[in-house]
Design a protein around this ligand. Structure first.
Ligand code: HAX
Length: 428
């Protein structure tokens, strides 16, 4: 890790210096305003956070350190992690160092496996995954060093150490969740000859003669790596981390947020929706039948999962990347075809209804159908996959937040009396 530490130390020094200058000169410059509708509307559109790892543009999608995420699909997930963290893709030597560190940290403690095995069989895979990360908190170097007394300047170094430990172990943890939940706990050993993402695919144990499933997993891991700082899980991560809780606490907490239906659970919900629709309309799929099914869904007061986005106002470019994969590797898959049909029908319906700010397909619309095609059919596991990928963005953000010594996050809330006095009465 020495090379990474020394590279980051230089970058962090530079950033601390420039931040000091920016704040001295421009600290009082207003960057946003907040309306009452935004107070009651999830703070949507309020600029109030700093995050350098990635940004999400309404028409371009996720941009990681200046690279559109779709331009990164031929890189390994761990190369993308390096990019998120340092701002540059690794050289061969830097990648080799990171790979060695991840491999050295790949093992899952027995007590974590035992914790997972002790849970009721009906536990949701996300509950198992999040608990596994939380159980690993016992390994935190940051917490140990903090209680011994360390300089604030070194916080990020121990956060980095924890992050590499956690990231190294996450494939084994997520695979253990899968094998315990669906295969009676028959775990598959880590293969030291494989990269981080391929190892994850390998430990899941899905038969993969062509190697296409491992390719899909690596694509999935790259595409979901980060989504700037204000989405629900990143924000949860930042809030927990800002209390100086270590990355085991903040990552696990962030993933409790990811487990919600409007966030990471949407990929499970989308495929469940497609499976239910298939059951309901039978094998003869027509545009009219899909249209009616979608209209019935809306009439029942439900959303159509896989469509719409809080930020994007175009088809999610990550949808396009998965679509390209589907076209190339499994164009005849019935599940893939079903998604294709849906994307021709649902946006028009949402446009007709006129409510959704974006009627276009998002990434969750298609990922599940491809996973299903390759045999990963347990839809309640899909959010765990999301988590394995997002761990890269969250950990990078945690390290960098420590590096700039982000203080505890504490926005101000107001009560109804305040609104009466300061908004309603003032308007009279
Ligand atoms: N189906 C039906 N109605 C939809 C809709 C959809 N796919 N997308 C938005 N709407 C509705 C909203 O429910 C909302 O209705 P109300 O005013 O009655 O509450 C209205 O349109 C305006 O919503 P919006 O401003 O367009 O959307 P939000 O920013 O509030 O929410 C969501 C964005 C992604 C949560 C939303 O589009 C949705 O629920 N989509 C379906 C679930 C989904 O696919 N989620 C995954 C998103 C990708 C992601 O971030 N994953 O982590």
């Amino acid at each position: 890790m020495d090379g990474l530490i020394s590279k980051l130390a230089d970058l962090i020094n530079e950033q601390q210096q420039s931040l000091k200058e920016i704040l001295a000169k421009h600290g009082e410059t207003q960057v946003s305003t907040v309306t009452l509708s935004q107070v009651f509307g999830g703070l949507r559109g309020v600029t109030g956070l700093f995050c350098d790892t990635s940004s999400v543009k309404p028409t371009e999608g996720v941009v990681v350190r200046g690279h559109k995420v779709n331009d990164l699909v031929d890189f390994l997930p761990e190369e993308v992690f390096y990019l998120l963290l340092t701002g540059t893709l690794p050289t061969a030597a830097e990648l080799a160092e990171l790979s060695v560190d991840l491999k050295a940290n790949s093992h899952l403690p027995d007590y974590v496996v035992n914790t997972l095995k002790s849970l009721p069989a009906s536990s949701h895979p996300m509950t198992m995954f999040n608990l596994g990360i939380l159980a690993m908190q016992n390994e935190s170097i940051f917490q140990k060093k903090y209680s011994e007394g360390i300089s604030k300047n070194d916080y990020w170094k121990y956060t980095l150490e924890d992050s590499i430990r956690l990231m190294g172990a996450v494939p084994a943890l997520a695979a253990a969740v899968y094998r315990i939940k669906f295969f009676g706990g028959d775990l598959i050993a880590y293969d030291p000859n494989l990269d981080w993402g391929s190892n994850f695919a390998h430990m899941l144990g899905i038969p993969d003669k062509t190697g296409d499933f491992a390719k899909l997993i690596k694509l999935y891991l790259v595409l979901h790596c980060d989504h700037e700082g204000g989405n629900a899980s990143a924000y949860t991560n930042a809030v927990i981390g800002s209390t100086l809780a270590d990355v085991y606490y903040s990552t696990s907490g962030a993933f409790n947020s990811l487990a919600g239906p409007l966030h990471g659970l949407a990929n499970q919900e989308t495929l469940d929706f497609i499976l239910e629709m298939q059951k309901s309309i039978g094998n003869e799929i027509t545009e009219e039948k899909i249209r009616q099914y979608a209209l019935d869904t809306l009439a029942a007061g439900r959303v159509i999962p896989g469509f719409g986005h809080a930020v994007l106002r175009v088809t999610d470019p990550r949808f396009d990347a998965f679509n390209d994969f589907g076209k190339e590797h499994c164009p005849d898959s019935p599940m893939y075809k079903m998604v294709f049909e849906l994307t021709h029908v649902v946006p028009n319906i949402l446009l007709e209804k006129g409510k959704a700010a974006s009627p276009w397909p998002n990434v969750d619309c298609i990922s599940g159908s491809l996973l299903y095609h390759y045999g990963l059919t347990q839809t309640d596991y899909y959010t765990v996959l999301f988590g394995v990928s997002r761990v890269m963005g969250l950990l990078s953000q945690s390290i960098l937040n420590r590096a700039i010594r982000s203080p505890i996050i504490r926005p101000k809330s107001v009560d109804m009396k305040w609104i009466q006095d300061n908004v309603i009465d003032k308007a009279k």
